[in-house]
Ligand binder design. Structure first.
Ligand code: NAD
Length: 393
């Protein structure tokens, strides 16, 4: 059996990779970018960093900085309006590409805008199970969190605010043409976002490795990612200015993205999206809340694979039995959440009665996303409901 691997055409990885932006644009024949970003990136001077690299090469750019965390349909429509105006104003190829600068939210926004600006329609027309193979405006992704891996994945996640649903959209059309992975942009991340996005990356690596769609290529990337991420997550959380830890986390997050773009994610992500959509919990945090409980539920379906994860993370060794390694894995995931101060839903401020009233709806949404079907133990709606309920114990 063979596996299809989809990747960006260019990956520029390492300190100051951002400074290569003009060269990357030149090598893909683009010269009129729209920068899709958020206001924080303007404030931090990262947008200026990009425009200062472009201007000396005569590359003029415009900025759409209205993306929102966990992007919504309305925010995408605003971006599409700007991208289309630019395209319509001068039919000489104005906005011939999009530079996506920021965390997963601006990058996912840019991917959605790239398709909708060129092909029209509504975001929901492009949701899973449709495979989006259309090629929109080329996206050059510049991540500023070490988390989502969106810079290399074939996914975008957009919230439909009319029914509080995080829509998963999938396909070749969502893979950025280039990714500039510059860890220096993550040095400004506050510890909370470092933790949330770091656990997101670790979850990607674990879920890719235990996924029913795992393959030898995704395994190699997932194991490499776990080796990089696990020992550096605590360091980057406690010492945000530690360059070595930041660099390693950034590379690990991108490798984890490559792994799950091929093998898909599983139950943690499936159950996490509805928590984010209904209760506005940031994506990495809702993953972190679920990771220990979902891992405990899933180990019986792939005990050897989870033991490999424990060994790759450096918390079990070759001498440990499968069972010992899995016990160590569970203990580590709980310890990590404790040390990184991951709140429970209650500590996050969610009301117990509001959460309990939605557990069945959330489980049904999770099932419809397709992700739970990749899990080593395929859950029923009732089993997912009981995992959700368990988050309150
Ligand atoms: P984010 O992009 O929502 O950013 C979170 C906050 O951190 C924002 O306020 C942002 O301005 C700030 N921030 C970002 N970089 C910073 C920096 N370097 N310094 C200081 N502040 C910074 O967070 P995220 O976790 O990267 O992205 C989450 C989104 O990504 C969710 O919508 C999630 O569904 C999506 N996602 C997509 C994929 C994919 O494959 N497409 C995978 C996982 C998650």
């Amino acid at each position: 059996m063979s596996s299809q691997i989809l990747l960006p055409r260019i990956m520029q990885i390492g300190a100051d990779a951002t400074q290569e932006i003009a060269n990357v644009l030149a090598s893909i024949g683009c010269h009129r970018p729209l920068i899709v970003t958020d206001k924080m990136m303007v404030e931090l001077g990262y947008v200026a960093k990009i425009t200062q690299c472009l201007a000396p090469q005569g590359i003029q750019s415009d900025i759409f900085d209205e993306t929102v965390p966990e992007p919504t349909v309305a925010s995408i429509e605003d971006g599409v309006a700007m991208a289309r105006d630019g395209v319509a104003m001068a039919r000489d190829g104005e906005y011939d590409c999009i530079i996506a600068l920021g965390g997963g939210s601006p990058i996912d926004s840019a991917k959605a805008i790239s398709i909708l600006a060129k092909y029209g329609g509504e975001m929901k027309d492009y949701r899973f199970p449709r495979q989006v193979t259309e090629q929109g405006l080329p996206v050059i992704a510049v991540p500023t969190t070490a988390g989502t891996g969106s810079e290399v994945t074939r996914f975008t996640v957009i919230t439909d605010e009319s029914n509080d649903e995080k829509m998963l959209c999938v396909g070749l059309g969502f893979i950025p043409v280039a990714a500039l992975v510059d860890y220096k942009l993550t040095l400004s991340l506050p510890s909370r976002i470092t933790a949330d996005t770091g656990i997101d990356a670790l979850t990607h690596a674990i879920e890719a490795y235990v996924s029913k769609k795992a393959n030898p290529y995704s395994d190699s990337q997932a194991i490499a990612a776990m080796k990089l991420l696990a020992p550096n997550l605590r360091t980057s959380y406690h010492q945000g200015d530690n360059h070595q830890a930041r660099e390693t986390m950034m590379l690990g997050a991108t490798l984890a993205g490559i792994a799950f773009s091929s093998a898909s994610v599983a139950l943690v992500h499936g159950m996490s999206r509805p928590i984010g959509a209904f209760f506005h919990v940031p994506h990495g945090l809702s993953n972190a809340m679920l990771l220990p409980a979902v891992t405990a539920f899933s180990i019986p379906g792939a005990p050897a694979r989870y033991a490999d994860c424990a060994r790759a993370m450096g918390i079990a060794d070759a001498g440990d039995s499968e069972q010992e390694a899995n016990q160590k894995l569970l203990a580590e995931l709980h310890a990590l959440n404790h040390e990184l101060a991951v709140p429970t839903p209650e500590q996050f401020g969610i009301k117990r009665e509001d959460f309990m009233a939605l557990t069945t709806t959330m489980a049904q949404q999770a099932l419809a996303s397709g992700s739970p079907a990749n899990n080593p133990v395929e859950p029923s709606v009732d089993e997912m409901v009981s995992i959700y309920q368990g988050l309150w114990q």
